[in-house]
Design a protein around this ligand. Structure first.
Ligand SMILES: Nc1nc2c(ncn2[C@@H]2O[C@H](COP(=O)(O)OP(=O)(O)O)[C@@H](O)[C@H]2O)c(=O)[nH]1
Ligand SMILES: [Mg+2]
Length: 527
């Protein structure tokens, strides 16, 4: 599909997309211009397919005379510089009611031309002088130049090369070459060679300004030379009924070219899965350190070690451990709404978070133009606020894993009690023997022996020794189990911290995604 055939409606839809994506993100004037253009396009489309042509030019170039020549009567007074010349005049051709269109254009002075089929649907405007000494006249020119479908720029042999016109009006219309006509008026004032030289010079000037596609017509509004050709040129545009579409197409492409300055570079396509995974890990580590995950993990491990050691140790000294508080309970975790008693992150951890966030932002900003970088910075600032609290809550709300006492620890605990009872029984027995000895009765009851050793002594010694041995043998297993509990808690805590990382990375990724959508939309609009 050629550039010209790409439908205006699709172009406008793409521009609307771009504006929507940019809304609240990009604070650049080009977005405002795009918004204004969309409004203009919407309004113009509702006003029919008349062709609005404006005659613009400097004071005395002959706009009004030409306007009258085309309109077939004295409608606009030539050579008059009353305040009324600050207002545009309109002549309309054809039956179609152009009042709503002229209302929209805010052109109050209207004249209707008699039947002339070739120009049916033409609305011709005589604009105020672009070089008027009155500012409001110049503003009125600028306003209408932006709204009309075809612009006829009227030059005269004296001022045709005037830099003010070329720099301010013609050169910026390079993208609008197809909706612009240049008329060299008052050609009757030049002899044939001078007219040819003047025309050639003007042509070269326009070509240099990117207006090679703009026709130049030599005209004399006074003698009528060239007026028929101008009329023919206008008739062609009226018949095509696409002047409004062409003008808007040129407008959209112009606005899109302005927006292109704010599109990400081509090779800055996407932040890949791998880069994103790296950022996640980077941020995850920094956030976990700042959130005190290692502290909690260590506390979980120590708590499991403490519990396991108590259960598998000698039962009669268990109570001494109760004197020291559980390291995990001291942290006051388990309540999402309350702050934990974790020590706040130190300067090293905070610097780590800041560095990781900055690195993520830089990766996400890679290849983005300044306006999007600004938006990215805003997004990061927003998510950074209250980050410490969110991390603390994530840690507090994390279920650290099942805190079940393992079966083997229960069994060892039971066994320890049993061994303690055996030792106790032996000790009581020995005590009984002492009492009996005191009453000289120890020979009455025979003392059972095993391998030559008295049984009660064996019970005390064996019970204590076996208990000690059991405790010593259980140690490595308790340690293993504590480390496993620590690792499980660590995994869960890091998962909770990763959720916070996503909360930070998500908005950054959104900015990037929007920047890419913006680029796609702008590209479609300017096809
Ligand atoms: N010789 C000559 N004089 C012209 C021509 N067109 C306009 N004029 C004169 O130039 C002066 C300014 O014309 P006017 O239409 O008011 O110019 P405007 O200020 O652009 O509207 C008037 O005296 C016209 O008679 C032309 O084609 N040839
Ligand atoms: Mg005039």
């Amino acid at each position: 599909m050629s550039r010209r055939e790409f439908p205006l409606a699709d172009r406008l839809a793409a521009l609307r997309d771009a504006v929507e994506v940019a809304d609240g993100r990009l604070e650049v004037p080009e977005v405002g211009q795009a918004r204004a253009l969309l409004a203009k396009a919407g309004a113009r489309a509702a006003l029919g397919d008349a062709t609005v042509v404006a005659l613009a030019g400097a004071t005395g170039s002959g706009k009004s005379t030409l306007f009258n020549a085309l309109s077939g009567g004295e409608i606009s007074s030539p050579g008059v510089r009353r305040p009324t010349t600050g207002v545009a005049h309109a002549t309309t051709w054809g039956e179609q009611d152009a009042d709503r269109l002229l209302d929209w254009l805010e052109v109050p002075r209207r004249h209707r031309h008699g039947p002339e089929p070739a120009l049916d649907g033409l609305v011709l405007l005589d604009l105020p002088d672009h070089d008027s000494v009155r500012l409001e006249h110049r503003l009125e020119v600028d306003r209408l130049v932006a709204l009309v479908d075809v612009l006829v720029w009227v030059l005269d042999p004296e001022k045709y090369a005037d830099a003010a016109v070329h720099d301010r009006y013609l050169a910026p219309l390079a993208g609008h070459a197809g909706v612009l006509l240049v008329v060299l008026n008052q050609i009757d004032r030049l002899d044939v060679p001078a007219a040819a030289a003047c025309l050639a010079d003007l042509r070269a000037l326009l070509d240099r300004e990117g207006l090679a596609a703009t026709p130049v017509l030599a005209v004399s509004a006074r003698t009528g030379v060239g007026v028929a050709e101008l009329r023919g040129e206008l008739a062609r545009r009226v018949a095509a009924r696409r002047a409004a579409t062409d003008r808007l197409t040129a407008d959209v492409r112009g606005v899109a070219a302005g927006l292109a300055a704010h599109c990400p570079e081509d090779d800055a396509a996407t932040v890949g899965r791998r880069e994103r995974a790296e950022l996640l890990e980077d941020l995850g580590t920094a956030f976990a350190d700042a959130a005190g995950v290692p502290t909690v993990t260590a506390a979980v491990e120590r708590s499991a070690l403490r519990g396991g050691t108590a259960r598998t140790g000698w039962p009669l000294v268990r109570w001494t451990r109760k004197l020291r508080p559980d390291p995990l309970e001291r942290l006051h975790l388990g309540d999402e709404r309350a702050r934990t008693s974790l020590p706040p992150a130190g300067p090293v951890e905070l610097a780590g978070v800041a560095t990781a966030v900055r690195r993520a932002r830089d990766t996400m900003a890679d290849g983005l133009p300044q306006a999007w970088r600004d938006d990215l910075r805003r997004a990061v600032e927003e998510t950074e606020a209250g980050l410490a609290d969110r991390l603390d809550r994530a840690v507090a709300g994390t279920d650290l894993g099942p805190d079940r006492v393992p079966l083997w620890q229960r069994a060892v605990s039971g066994l320890q009690w049993l061994l303690a009872l055996v030792a106790l029984a032996g000790a009581l027995w020995l005590l009984a023997l002492v009492v009996l000895g005191f009453f000289q009765l120890d020979d009455v009851v025979p003392l059972p022996r095993l391998e030559g050793l008295p049984l009660p002594t064996l019970l005390v010694g064996g019970g204590l020794l076996a208990g000690l041995l059991l405790a010593v043998l259980s140690r490595p297993l308790v340690g293993l189990r504590a480390r496993r509990r620590g690792r499980a808690a660590d995994r869960r805590l890091r998962a909770a911290v990763d959720a916070v990382v996503e909360e930070v990375l998500g908005p950054m990724a959104d900015v990037r995604e929007d920047a890419e959508r913006f680029r796609a939309a702008v590209r479609t609009a300017s096809r």
